[in-house]
Structure formats: C-alpha cells, structure tokens
Design a protein around this ligand. Sequence first.
Ligand code: SAM
Ligand code: 2KA
Ligand code: SF4
Ligand code: MG
Length: 209
Amino acid sequence: MDKKTKDLVNKGIMLPLMEEFYTIQGEGSHTGTAAYFIRVGGCDVGCHWCDVKESWNADLHPPTLADTIVDNVKKYTNTVVITGGEPLMWSMDYITKLLQKNNIKTHIETSGAYSFSGKWDWFCLSPKKTKLPLNECYLEADELKMIIHNKSDFEFAKEQAAKVGEKCQLYLQPEWSKKEKMTELIVDYVMKNPKWKISLQTHKYLNIP
Ligand SMILES: C[S@@+](CC[C@H](N)C(=O)[O-])C[C@H]1O[C@@H](n2cnc3c(N)ncnc32)[C@H](O)[C@@H]1O
Ligand SMILES: Nc1nc2[nH]cc(C(=O)O)c2c(=O)[nH]1
Ligand code: SF4
Ligand SMILES: [Mg+2]
C-alpha cells in the first residue's frame, strides 16, 4: 500500500472493504428490517467459531473510499449496518458523519475491543472473552448480543450485562455450529431470566446473505 493510501485509511477516509450487500438484518433488535451491510476487513479478536474468518486479514481487502461506499448505500435504503471483521479497528468518524449527512441511519456490529469512534444511531455490542470491550464501548451499547457456544457462556453473559447501561437491550444468540443444543438451553434460560431475549441468525435459516 502506498503512503497516500495508508494515510487515507488511517483517517477513515478509505476503509478495507470486504463486501457490501443489501439484505435483511438477521440478528438482534432490528431483525427483519431491510439494511445495507458494509463488511470491513481486519480483526484480531480470534473467536474460534467466527463465521467470517475470511475478514480477518485486512490486507486482503481493497482500501475503498468512504464516499464511494456511501454513494452505493444511497441507491438502496436509509439504514446501514457496518460490520466486519472488527469495524472499530478503523476510525468510523468520517463515514458515519457522511452517512448521517445523507439521512442514513448508522448501525454497528462490534466486539467493542477497540477505541470508540463514529456517530451511531444503533450500537450493537457483542463482547468476546479473548479481547474484552473497552469501558467506553459498554457505555454506548443500545444492544448487548452475547454468543452462547457452551454452558459457561451464560455466566460470561451475566457479567457483561452488569457493565452496560440500564436501557441496553439484552440478547442471547446461539453459536451457529452448536445451535440445536444451545437454543434449547437459551429458551430455558430466557424463561427463567426474562430480562434477556433470544436472537437467532434468521438470515441463515432464510438462506440470504
Ligand atoms: C462476524 S461479527 C463482526 C462484528 C464484530 N467483529 C463482532 O464480533 O461483533 C458479527 C456478529 O456475528 C456474531 N457471530 C460471529 N460468528 C458467529 C457464530 N458462529 N454464531 C453466532 N453468531 C456469530 C458476532 O458475535 C457478531 O455479533
Ligand atoms: N442478514 C445478516 N444479518 C446480520 N446481522 C449481523 C451480521 C454480521 O455479520 O454482522 C449479519 C449478516 O451477515 N447478515
Ligand atoms: S470479533 Fe467478530 S469478526 Fe472478530 S473473530 Fe470474533 S466474531 Fe469474528
Ligand atoms: Mg454474519
């Protein structure tokens, strides 16, 4: 990467773009809502069950101007979900300001493991044991989405819920490869602990991106 491109990526004016697609938000609070997804490359949180490991190496994804991405979004809808990889590895200030200037609602999917940036209409925090969220990210969470891969993840979910604000919505989502067993446990847990709700990866059941 030349120096000029590197500089633009550092400022968030360009982002390593893995893919962009118009689909239905499959998870969490906005499940069922049409949204344009922007998947940014780069992540070193290292979840062994991650369903987009191809995103991890940022060098494999071409630096793309945020202005070009926003022009694409405008053709489709008024809600964007920025995901990854780990979007907060990059400055989200430039792209989110530009999106909001164009009356596009900005949603993020993040582990919260990197410093907060951006202006968000919806902040979905999905903490990981391997690299915990920074305190500044807990404060921003509108939605806490805990992935349940084994029984001990319920205890981790409880600990993480103690760190978010009162208005934050709480979700338990079965890890896809363990979904039969974990969904059953989550159903039982939610009935006993009704402040939690269940989130399913509905796009995978629908066979859409
Ligand atoms: C691929 S991640 C990208 C955003 C960010 N790195 C994060 O983890 O929040 C998007 C969402 O998918 C969830 N996820 C990833 N792999 C999953 C799996 N195998 N089963 C269920 N959810 C998964 C993550 O926890 C996160 O909420
Ligand atoms: N339809 C759909 N909904 C999603 N919600 C969160 C996703 C993600 O990978 O961040 C995702 C995704 O990849 N597809
Ligand atoms: S933090 Fe997100 S993108 Fe990174 S490995 Fe975990 S699930 Fe995958
Ligand atoms: Mg996904």
